[in-house]
Design a protein around this ligand. Sequence first.
Ligand SMILES: [Zn+2]
Length: 183
Amino acid sequence: MSGSPLKATLPVTDAVQPRLQPDHIPWPQKTPASCPISAVKTRLRTAGLRPTRQRMALGWLLFAKGDRHVSAEMLYEEAIRAREPLSLATVYNTLRQFSEAGLLRQVSVSGPKTFFDTNVSEHHHFYNEEDETVVDIPGSTIQVAGLPDAPEGMEISSVEVIVRLRRADGEETQMRVAGSRHS
Ligand SMILES: [Zn+2]
């Protein structure tokens, strides 16, 4: 009689690359020994959100894999694959709540298309128009000169640069600067 293969397969966590950025909120997935589920719960509570089942499910998909840029549609597809019975409207609402609570940062790349970034620190992005993906521009190599004065009673809240990419067929890469302000 042969012994049953009881040796457990341990989850491989080598996909997690610790990326230390000074103003980036540290995430427990960078220390694989901690429990990501309780980390998501703590994260929600700290942001003032009750950890409902739906928020926990989407928070797990969003925050347990390191820095990510996802659209509502992408997250909805992931939820379906994870057998989470969520509607697209719920995904939209939850992403909006997470953004308002400061857990996500919105990155608008073209028209109505919005990505949600789990890295809420100020940084800039490449947008690949070929495959519609958003990635961080590494380091802080971008300096924006000639910013206008904010209108009276307003201040510049942040400046976000999106460098749009397409295949190099001789066409130039277009750069768009998007700033947002609050009073
Ligand atoms: Zn980003």
